[in-house]
Design a protein around this ligand. Structure first.
Ligand SMILES: Cc1cc2nc3c(=O)[nH]c(=O)nc-3n(C[C@H](O)[C@H](O)[C@H](O)COP(=O)(O)OP(=O)(O)OC[C@H]3O[C@@H](n4cnc5c(N)ncnc54)[C@H](O)[C@@H]3O)c2cc1C
Length: 261
């Protein structure tokens, strides 16, 4: 099997702060990590390779330091890594990101399955997986909690719904986005980490890809971020005093005043 895993490098969210003046992320000195939900995509790709044989290719679009994310994927067991990095790709919204990844995948060549994380911890849109599948003209199944089987020309997949599972079959090649219920990501071995340091990360810029140049980066983006701001602090709660009856009466009055009941 040839499996492509898409990963994005994101700021470590536990540390991210938004500058109240400019509304931009304060990135200085903040560690960048593989998008946590993409670790499940990497793990699933490697498990499929271990079961069926084949190759796992990690793909990322981002600034030059996103190479570190790809090295982590190699250390975990991916076989090849491609980084799409060029000033022309900067400022891409999900539309342009999907297009760029699709152009790179067309160049990478044949594949059976593309695995994406469910969503990222910074952009948080969950649009890139489905957008990429549309660009490639292949089916996609989002929110996959289990790969039941990938045999011949079909993938059989479980999607968790309220209190049960939906079983879905999709013809290969297809794209899936995976939930964190799908597996428990492994840690890289020391030996593999050392090997990954020496493995090649292929870097492609805009001149390496075919396609309409006007569809990359900010120019190819149909949307613009107007403003980013943290939610206003929540006002403190109010403690009701008195006995249970008077507390209940006060609560009902306050809910009525707010037209909540
Ligand atoms: C309206 C809007 C405007 C934006 N404008 C800008 C801007 O001006 N400048 C800017 O830097 N960013 C901008 N962004 C952020 C940019 O769109 C995202 O960084 C990028 O498109 C990925 O979207 P996401 O993080 O929501 O990914 P999601 O759709 O949540 O990601 C789902 C999955 O897709 C895959 N994936 C996502 N991104 C990548 C990637 N880069 N490489 C490989 N795989 C990936 C991963 O498997 C991931 O788990 C904008 C976003 C929006 C919604």
């Amino acid at each position: 099997m040839r499996i492509i895993v898409c990963i994005k490098q994101v700021p470590d969210t536990m540390e991210v702060q938004i500058d109240p003046e400019t509304g931009t992320l304060q990135r200085e000195g903040i560690e960048a990590v593989v998008n946590p939900l993409d670790m499940y995509a990497i793990e699933e790709g490697i498990r499929l390779k271990e079961e069926h044989g084949g190759t796992v290719i990690a793909l990322s679009m981002g600034p030059p330091q996103a190479e570190n994310a790809l090295r982590e994927a190699l250390a975990l067991g991916c076989d090849e890594a491609f980084l799409l990095s060029d000033r022309a790709f900067a400022g891409a919204d999900t539309w342009a990101t999907s297009y760029t990844l699709a152009r790179a995948i067309k160049k990478i060549g044949d594949y059976d399955l593309i695995v994406c994380g469910l969503k990222t911890t910074d952009g948080d849109t969950a649009q890139v997986g489905p957008g990429l599948a549309e660009e490639l003209g292949i089916p996609h199944v989002s929110y996959v909690g289990k790969i039941v089987d990938v045999t011949g020309a079909t993938a059989k997949l479980n999607r968790p719904i309220e209190e049960s599972y939906e079983v879905v079959e999709a013809p290969l090649p297809c794209l899936i986005t995976v939930t964190k219920e799908i597996n428990v990501p492994r840690l890289p071995s020391f030996r593999r980490k050392m090997q990954a340091r020496k493995m090649e990360v292929v870097v492609w810029g805009v001149s390496d890809l075919t396609g309409e140049k006007s569809r990359f980066g900010l120019e190819g983006s149909a949307t613009r971020v107007i403003k980013v701001f943290p939610p206003p602090p929540r006002p403190g709660g109010e403690m009701l005093s008195g006995d249970a009856t008077s507390q209940a009466e006060t609560l009902i009055r306050k809910l009525r005043e707010r037209h909540m009941i």
